[in-house]
Design a protein around this ligand. Structure first.
Ligand code: SF4
Ligand code: SF4
Ligand code: SF4
Length: 273
């Protein structure tokens, strides 16, 4: 099986970001003293968590990449997305996307909006209160110290237990459905997905005079089309397009001429497709 060039670039980028964020991700998921992790890093008492220095650069990166390329942060930089991609590659456990699953997938994808609403509520209810509800902070010299994770769990904060359950559940679901957490529940992914509708660059057909593909790109990790709020701008369908007409292009650039050299208005060409 030939590996696409874009897949190699993407894996290198994802692995680099994973290397930078692995400790933050581990502490945040397994023993963050706040109810909702990764949010209150600037006022966090966990001095061993690198979130305090990484949070602002990452917010900046997600915002800038979002303004330019929509949800590209999810496809190229997010460490959870990388774990989900690796989990989705494990043989045999990967789901075959059957007709039945496609229907369920369509029903489950909107779940990310109530999940976003719930996350916003929980941030206000658990993090932005006068005092943190959970007073204990477990510190260690290594983010990957399993004893520290056990201790954090044993201290009895229900948020820690719920989070551990979410991590295990997301991993298990990711083994069966590619990017399950990203597709159905991630609040950040839901927000970034909105930027797919207004980013400066977008994946577009180079030839708008040709009929639109009715099939989804083969092996799309999000089981969607470019331009939707679910697309993570991984670019795999650009390299894999059998007709070679998908391109990353400026959203508001004029359409290229058709084969006969006509500059037919875009609306007219859409009408023909
Ligand atoms: S810096 Fe603090 S608030 Fe942020 S993820 Fe780490 S432990 Fe949680
Ligand atoms: S949807 Fe969420 S978890 Fe998935 S890649 Fe995007 S930000 Fe990361
Ligand atoms: S539609 Fe294309 S760019 Fe978007 S997630 Fe699927 S394969 Fe990646």
């Amino acid at each position: 099986m030939t590996v696409k060039r874009i897949t190699i670039y993407r894996r290198l980028s994802q692995a680099a970001f994973f290397g930078v964020t692995a400790a933050w991700l581990t502490i945040g998921s397994l023993r963050c003293p706040f109810g909702v992790p990764f949010v209150s890093c600037q006022s966090c008492p966990s001095t061993d968590c690198p979130g305090r220095s990484l949070q602002l650069p990452f917010i900046g990166l997600a915002a800038l990449s979002g303004a330019l390329f929509g949800r590209a942060f999810c496809g190229w930089a997010c460490p959870v997305g990388f774990i989900m991609d690796v989990a989705g590659k494990l043989p045999k456990l990967r789901a075959t996307i059957s007709a039945r699953f496609t229907a369920i997938d369509r029903w489950l994808k909107p779940l990310k909006w109530p999940a976003l609403a719930a996350a916003i509520y929980l941030v206000f209810a658990l993090n932005f209160t006068e005092a943190r509800a959970f007073p204990y902070v477990v510190r260690t010299s290594s983010a990957f110290n399993i004893g520290a994770v056990r201790l954090a769990q044993a201290l009895g904060d229900p948020a820690q237990t719920v989070r551990l359950g979410v991590v295990i559940g997301a991993l298990a679901a990711g083994l069966i459905v590619s990017r399950a957490w990203c597709r159905y529940l991630c609040p950040l992914g839901a927000v970034l997905g909105l930027l797919n509708k207004c980013s400066l660059f977008a994946i577009r057909r180079d030839r708008e005079d040709l009929p639109r593909c009715e099939t989804l790109p083969r092996d799309c990790i999000m089981h969607t089309r470019p331009g939707t709020t679910d697309c993570v701008m991984c670019g795999e369908c650009v390299e894999g397009c059998p007709r070679g007409i998908l391109r990353l292009r400026a959203r508001y650039a004029a359409d290229p001429p058709t084969d006969d050299g006509n500059e037919a208005p875009r609306a007219a060409r859409r009408g023909a497709s």
